[in-house]
Design a protein around this ligand. Structure first.
Ligand code: ADP
Length: 489
């Protein structure tokens, strides 16, 4: 079976969030299972072509696709996922991707990803490598299922190709006005109320994908159920429900070659569940890095995140000061985004300089040190499709404090609810009071050394390997191929 994996971000080439981790990892496992996989990504300006060994494919240059009125040129560059032998094809377009960012609010944001997706289809046809399954990810590649089903000409060679759409975050929907339908070359006859190309009077890439994909998946079983409800579906719950039970929830795995405390080159003192005393040395290094007192007996809570409303840090606003006044824990914060949230953390740092320290920005190596050196990790998300950081935390013996939602609910068991098997602290509602008591419970239990150690060891034993998820995706690909076959007969 041949699988084409289309995505707008992929480690190690470029990353905005968890989608990049999935894109750079799942295809490796699909390939190891004996399937032929090719990944397509846009060639954004910041991608370092030399560092990542990109070469221009001379047989795939000066290709064109139609974007609105324009016949836009693009070319294809190639590289591989490091150590995996999976081919990565980069779509180069000076007009659309020579910009210093991945996503934007630019007026032609729709055109950028229309070009990308049409370029994927054209490249497949031109190169003669015709996949059995085309796997789209999130809004930025969600038009591919619609193109496969609705276009003629360029996709004629792809009539038998099945489509899978993974929703990594339904909060990002690629919503534009209806002029985008014309720019994409799709049919306005499907743009009446409730039809696939209509979305609250506009047009949504993601809705189109959900309507046309042979199979739709999302990244955790709980999130698959949640997005059927208005508070999580964000306007798409009706479209999701209309797909019936065909939306699968497959938990993401984590890449154990990158996130393994025993072999992590980005932390000063690698450790495993038998050498947990070394974790304390990482804690000392982390406290030093954040210029906090080197006092390892006070529990240390880590945060690594994008600061958006989704991540729930606004719940801290009324409780952070009162909690810190107790002097019962320290907090290190790495992240960036919403300035209001940054200000909140900055104020806490100013008011409690011995207890809070912040670094605003994106720093992969520091993220590893925070996972290794913290005692607790905070993810109070309002919604969390899967979440990776809580899984990284568990692997590093760093106990997560999470809200019971999406992938957090599927991966973290509360220690008070399940004393024998618990591996974290879970609170139910998006409520500051509940978050406060979860933090207090965690900080209190930290003093029970034996119980804490046992919980850490259990956490580190959890199996989040991609093998399990990759197998589920292979089943999905087979189901999609079957659905596409029966639809075309
Ligand atoms: P999301 O995709 O919603 O941002 P996930 O938990 O699924 O959330 O994935 C986030 C990924 O991005 C993790 O690999 C996390 O370590 C990383 N990350 C987020 N913010 C930062 C940051 N400021 N510095 C380093 N890594 C970060």
């Amino acid at each position: 079976m041949k699988i084409c994996f289309a995505t707008s971000e992929c480690i190690p080439f470029m990353k905005a969030g968890g989608l990049a981790d999935v894109s750079g990892t799942l295809p490796k496992y699909i390939s190891q299972a004996g399937y032929e996989v090719r990944i397509f990504v846009p060639l954004y300006g910041p991608v370092d072509r030399t560092e990542h060994g990109l070469v221009r494919d001379d047989s795939l240059t000066d290709l064109h696709v139609q974007v609105g009125e324009r016949n836009e040129p693009f070319s294809v560059w190639r590289s591989q996922l490091p150590g995996a032998g999976v081919e990565v094809l980069f779509v180069q377009s000076s007009r659309y991707f020579d910009r210093p960012y991945l996503y934007s609010n630019d007026p032609d944001e729709d055109e950028r990803f229309i070009l990308f997706q049409k370029a994927v289809l054209t490249t497949l046809c031109e190169s003669g490598w015709i996949p059995d399954v085309l796997h789209s990810n999130d809004w930025s590649t969600a038009l591919l299922p619609a193109f496969l089903k609705q276009s003629t000409g360029v996709t004629a060679a792809l009539v038998k190709t099945a489509s899978v759409l993974s929703i990594h975050n339904i909060g990002y929907q690629g919503t534009f006005n209806q002029a985008t339908i014309g720019k994409a070359g799709l049919s306005y006859t499907l743009a009446q109320a409730t039809q696939p190309f209509e979305y609250f009077g506009g047009f949504s890439f993601l809705k189109a994908g959900i309507c046309f994909a042979d199979v739709v998946a999302t990244v955790s079983p709980t999130y698959a159920r949640e997005i059927r409800k208005p508070e999580f579906g964000r306007g798409l719950e009706g479209v999701i429900r209309a797909r019936g039970d065909r939306i699968r929830g497959i938990l993401n795995g984590i890449d154990s070659s990158l996130w393994n405390p025993g072999l992590d080159p980005l932390i000063p003192f690698p450790f495993d569940s038998n050498t947990l005393e070394k974790k304390a040395r990482n804690k000392t290094a982390l406290l030093r890095r954040f210029a906090l007192p080197a006092d390892i007996d006070v529990p240390l809570i880590g945060i690594i995140s994008r600061f958006t409303e989704q991540k729930g840090f606004h719940l801290l606003e009324p409780i952070l000061g009162p909690l810190l006044r107790d002097g019962a824990f320290r907090l290190v914060v790495l992240g960036s985004g919403d300035l209001h949230l940054q200000d909140m953390f900055k104020r806490a740092e100013h008011d409690f300089p011995d207890f809070v320290s912040t670094i605003f920005g994106y720093d992969e190596a520091l993220a590893h040190l925070i996972e290794a050196g913290s005692d607790l990790f905070l993810m109070p998300s309002i919604y969390e499709p899967c979440g990776l950081n809580q899984m990284y935390s568990l692997k590093y013996g760093t106990i997560p404090i999470v809200r019971h939602t999406g992938g957090l609910a599927d991966t973290v068991r509360d220690i008070d609810d399940e004393p024998e098997t618990g591996i974290g602290f879970v609170f139910d509602h998006a409520d500051s009071g509940e978050l406060k008591s979860a933090i207090r419970r965690a900080v209190k239990m930290f003093a029970e050394k034996n119980r804490w150690r046992a919980m850490q060891r259990r956490a580190m034993m959890e199996d989040f390997s991609w093998h399990v998820s990759a197998k589920a995706y292979l089943d999905l690909y087979r189901a999609a191929a079957k659905a596409a076959r029966s639809a075309s007969t």
